[in-house]
Design a protein around this ligand. Sequence first.
Ligand SMILES: Nc1ncnc2c1ncn2[C@@H]1O[C@H](COP(=O)(O)OP(=O)(O)OP(=O)(O)O)[C@@H](O)[C@H]1O
Length: 247
Amino acid sequence: MTAIISARDLGVRFTRGGRSGGRLRELFIHRRDRTPRTTDFWPLRHLDFDIEPGEAVGVLGSNGTGKSTLLRLITGVLIPDEGHVTRRGGVAPLIALSAGFADDLTGRENVEMVAGLHGMSRKTLRAAFDEIVDFAEVADFIDTPMRHYSSGMRVRLGFAVITRLDHPILLVDEALAVGDTRFRRKCHAVIEAMLAEGKTLVLVSHNDTDLTRFCTRGLYLDAGRLRVDGTIADALAAYHALAAATP
Ligand SMILES: Nc1ncnc2c1ncn2[C@@H]1O[C@H](COP(=O)(O)OP(=O)(O)OP(=O)(O)O)[C@@H](O)[C@H]1O
């Protein structure tokens, strides 16, 4: 089978205190020529893996070990400094606890923007809009600017719109941790349905139950390296062994 996501010697370099240059600037500058600074570090380096279509892969590790960075590299919003990552097909990303929403726009405008950016036609969005809003339970706030949304409301609307995209790859970063129990249950049913359809899931989570519920495979990151690429049970065991050994 041909991999749907492939990483080869993948690495990215950050500057302590903030990555130099904005994301947009990075698109226009050949960053590989950037002279290293003493404040530079590699949050991720020398990563190699292939993910097959339909796999459900959990990414785990302690805080700051590069999990979100890996998802941003897979999505393509971050450009690697070494190696490369390739995707076959579109990616529906729910990262940084949002679908990429803008605070000044209303919920409605944000849904339209995100759906449009991800290639959903106006007709499809019109047909799906009410269900998205109902699922997110934000009908009373849909014309309110996003800055007035709670983190739970944001993540609910983000989840509702992102999971409606017709992309084969779903990336979820910690989003399941934010909703309340009832909403989490609704999200679980949606993810299970997407997996049953053959979609590919990459899930970043600190929650063992979520990781074992959805994922068969685990990528355990430590100090920016891929330490275990195995079953989710193996990856969790390595993660917990390290936590137990760390004072
Ligand atoms: N834009 C940036 N510029 C500089 N450093 C950054 C940037 N984004 C992240 N980092 C740093 O890179 C490292 C990896 O961050 P990342 O958010 O990927 O970790 P994580 O494993 O997702 O952490 P957590 O479990 O806390 O969410 C951290 O040291 C973080 O402070």
